[in-house]
Ligand binder design. Sequence first.
Ligand code: NA7
Length: 542
Amino acid sequence: MGTNDVMLDADVIVVGAGMSGLYALKVFRERGFRVIVLERAAGVGGTWFWNRYPGARCDIPSLEYSFGFDPELEQEWEWSEHFAAQPEIERYLNHIADRYDLRPDIRLETGVAAMTFDEKTDTWVFDTETGEQLRSRFCVMGTGGLSAPHRPDWPGIDTFAGEIVQTSLWPEEGVALEGRRVGIVGNGSSGVQAIPELAKMAGHLTVFQRTAAFTWPSQNKPLTDKEQDEIKSRYREVRAQQYASPLATANTTGAVIFTIADPNKRILESTPEERETALAEHGFSAARIWADSAKDLDANAMAVELFREMVRRTINDPELADSLSPKDYPIGCKRPVLDNGYFETFNRDDVTLVDLRKDPIVEVVPEGVVTSTGLQELDVLIFATGFDAVSGALTRIDMRGKSGRLLCDEWVDGPRTFMGFAVADFPNMFMIIGPGSVGVLATYPPHIELQVGWIADFLDYLVANEKTHVEVESEAQEEWCAEVEAAAVGSMFTAPSCNSWYNGGNIEGKARVLPIYLGGLDRFMARARDLAANDYEGFSIH
Ligand code: NA7
């Protein structure tokens, strides 16, 4: 069978019905492509389907963490808080699925077990976990950067007689916590959000902490009509700012996630009185108002000390305060964590901290978790232990490109891509916000719009020119990888003491590389547009 007469189930198969997949379906379909979306979950929403643990909330202001492709949608949707909680975002994404009639082309509970590029016909063959086989010309991965859950394999974990849950796989029917002895492992964003809520519900909460966290008060509050109307009255300008900015932000309301540094403040030159005033005015956030702490490790160390001072002032018990004080790694190496009363929770009598650096895990037994000082009896054990981030959702699929090359083998030393869009030897495959792009550093919905638009234009170009094969050249890919590396020099993400999901350091045995381009979304997209204008140079097309 020639390439043109092969039977296709779709022109494009999109993997994932989260924000990326939903928008990709809408756009590709409007461009005339036949599209099928494959989704493992029982509902749409991706991250916002799975992460339904108590306290789950976005850390980007709602009015910016939303799509700008349809002004009517923007005006009709009402956000209730500055930082929307999971149920509200899940409702929003379901609304999008309905409003644009996306559901008929989405197959839920249909995970992708394997995908293989068929070189004879220039098509992708998908084997689903439900036993079906589907074939398409192109595939577009909307699998997300934080969607491959990671759980440590502690000895004896399978013997636990109670319930084990992961924040990132929280059951839709919920988990009974009231009055029970609950343990939680992990204090990144998920743990820090969940801990104050769990403490209110559980009979007793035990927090197992490996690394103390820097967290910043979220300052979340209800959105007033006035605030919302003000942004809505100038939404085009806000979106234009987002699309053109390095982080896809417009600094509308409470955009505190990335930085609140004052360009005129340098902690290395500050007096003790100035630092005291900063603590009085900003509390924990006093540690991140300094411009010099982002690039200078000495300045950063002083800012860390300010944070630790604030922990000492907040926590009643000095030994507990010491355990909760971050050490040995700089501010800014991990993604900022926004909190709602996290530290204060540890002053409660019904909350215990187990500092795993002082008191390591020995094993899990049916009754609970044994550490070096003894048994913590538990009814429920919750893992908020993060993700095999950025590349994990892709490497967990048995994806075979040319000559049967397996993606997870190709990426054993870290992902190698061209701008996160494509991978050499994996023709006709595109990724939305893939490894090697600006990734999670730019606000997802506007960022997704730009990336999907670029991919859709490329697909149009291929069809218009009657091309059935597109593949990035390895030289172009290597040049891009070198550029990503160069852009990361001097950033806190690559500080030797930094272990974070950004750089793979959160998972034992994972290659330590930063597959995120730090040059900003504005520069990234300008580059992508130039490439398109030059007939997609760097790609071999036939
Ligand atoms: P994170 O930020 O990766 O946090 C995971 C937490 O789990 C972190 O405190 C880890 O400690 C801890 N962890 C991981 N493995 C272990 C083991 N084996 N033992 C003890 N503790 C462990 O994931 P989140 O889900 O909280 O947040 C991910 C992103 O989602 C977040 O940045 C936002 O962008 C949204 P560690 O620091 O590695 O020592």
